[in-house]
Design a protein around this ligand. Structure first.
Ligand SMILES: Cc1cc2nc3c(=O)[nH]c(=O)nc-3n(C[C@H](O)[C@H](O)[C@H](O)COP(=O)(O)OP(=O)(O)OC[C@H]3O[C@@H](n4cnc5c(N)ncnc54)[C@H](O)[C@@H]3O)c2cc1C
Length: 404
């Protein structure tokens, strides 16, 4: 057993940190305020470092280290999130890395050749479209249908709260999308496929969001959209399970984004309470403050270890199938997603409190970070109660599932 990163992982992490501190951190506020998306030069710089290719195999133009893809993904998302505190760029990155990771495993060779090299070069965006107006937590009841017609599926339906609708339109790429192909079979009648956003029959609309303003979120409507069968992941009617596998990787990366932001907030707290003097005393000397920072630091270190372990489990399972039961991975991922986003929010709120009124202004990046992190508390990549259901099922057993 070894809890240390390898020398290569450490070096990569350090390189990404230096790039992010120099080229990304100074532009976080601009990314949040302008709503004009992520600046091209930032995407290009990240692509030059190989960041978009860490979950893509070398034969498809990536830099993925076999058996370490998700650990590398987690490291880069954490580093980018430390720098880009609006959370727009970390979310952009984690979506691309997470869903490329699934395509690399379950995509057809044609799909991999078409999408992965462009994703690894930073050219295309890749996202996920499962949520519908009928409820994101209850995926078995989605309405979007894909009727088979020869070697295509004709898609009709609507997805909502989908990240990256504008980015996929402007940069190219699309979303891996869940739809019903045999509605009478419930979970076992769903198919998961890559759908280019430029497909004829797709319309989009942007929604106004509280945070993450450098990344669009919106609605995708499908009207008789022809999706070639070569874009299907896994196989017809196995889509629900492929999507769940993808969510595991994506959720680990979400949590890395939360810990990256929280770590920076904690550093800002520590710097501020050392220099802010009240009653002729630095705030850091008051235990009401230093103890809370100590508790936050302790909890952050614990969840970082849990996230690293979970990324390692997923990597190990891919390299050596059968290493872990699927339910064990599901539960470990759910533990990460249950704890990391609310902890990130709590640490950020504490940081705002230490800064007093200044913490409420746009002079610090804290309010922007709070808005970004809250997306993962309200539901993005899975509601917190859904995580509790997954953990309860693992620990108590199927009797803990509140529905059939
Ligand atoms: C900023 C943002 C970006 C997003 N991006 C995407 C995206 O790119 N692609 C995509 O597909 N979706 C996206 N989503 C949607 C996200 O996946 C959903 O918000 C999530 O799945 C929850 O679905 P819902 O919002 O419809 O809430 P609901 O499913 O209606 O749930 C409402 C609340 O009920 C709780 N709940 C659910 N079931 C139970 C239960 N059995 N017992 C107790 N409580 C329960 C949930 O935890 C939640 O708090 C995004 C959301 C946000 C906020």
């Amino acid at each position: 057993m070894d809890f240390r990163l390898t020398a290569e992982q450490e070096l990569f992490k350090q390189t990404v940190r230096e790039f992010a501190e120099k080229h990304i951190a100074p532009r976080a506020r601009e990314i949040d305020q302008k709503g004009a998306g992520i600046p091209d030069e930032i995407i290009r710089g990240m692509a030059d470092l190989g960041i978009f290719g860490v979950t893509v195999p070398e034969e498809y133009g990536g830099a993925g280290v076999p058996g370490e893809e998700l650990v590398y993904g987690m490291l880069v998302v954490h580093e980018i999130a430390r720098a880009e505190l609006s959370m727009s760029l970390p979310v952009y990155l984690l979506l691309v890395l997470g869903w490329a990771h699934l395509i690399a495993k379950h995509g057809t060779p044609e799909l991999k050749r078409e999408v992965l090299p462009r994703v690894a070069k930073g050219e295309w965006f890749l996202g996920i479209a499962t949520t519908e107006p009928s409820g994101g937590s209850d995926l078995a009841n989605i309405r979007t249908q894909g009727k088979r017609a020869g070697d295509t599926y004709i898609l009709n339906g609507e997805k909502i709260y989908i990240s990256g609708v504008n980015e996929a339109k402007q940069r190219g790429g699309g979303h891996v999308t869940l739809f019903k192909t045999a509605p009478e079979l419930g979970n076992q009648g769903m198919t998961f496929a890559y759908v280019p956003l430029a497909s004829p029959g797709i319309t989009t609309a942007k929604l106004g969001m509280m945070g993450r303003n450098g990344l669009s979120t919106g609605i995708i409507t499908y009207e008789n959209v022809a999706v070639p069968a070569k874009y299907v992941l896994a196989s017809e009617n196995r889509g629900f399970y492929a999507a769940m596998e993808g969510f595991n990787a994506a959720r680990v990366l979400v949590c890395a984004a939360c810990t990256g932001g929280a770590e920076r907030a904690l550093e800002l707290s520590s710097e501020y309470v050392k220099q802010r003097k009240l009653f002729n005393t630095p705030l850091a000397k008051f235990e009401g403050i230093s103890f809370e920072i100590a508790e936050d630091y302790a909890q952050l270190e614990m969840i970082k270890t849990q996230i690293l372990k979970t990324a390692w489990m997923i990597d190990r399972e891919r390299a050596q199938p059968g290493s872990f039961a699927r339910s064990e991975i599901n539960a470990n991922v759910a533990i990460c997603k249950l704890i990391a986003p609310p902890l990130g929010v709590a640490i950020t709120q504490h940081a705002m409190m230490y800064h007093g009124a200044m913490g409420y202004t746009t002079e610090t990046p804290l309010e922007m970070l709070l808005r970004g992190l809250l997306s993962y508390v309200v539901g993005a990549e899975g509601g917190l109660n859904v995580m509790k259901i997954i953990i309860a099922r693992e620990f108590i057993g199927d009797v803990a599932i509140p529905y059939k």
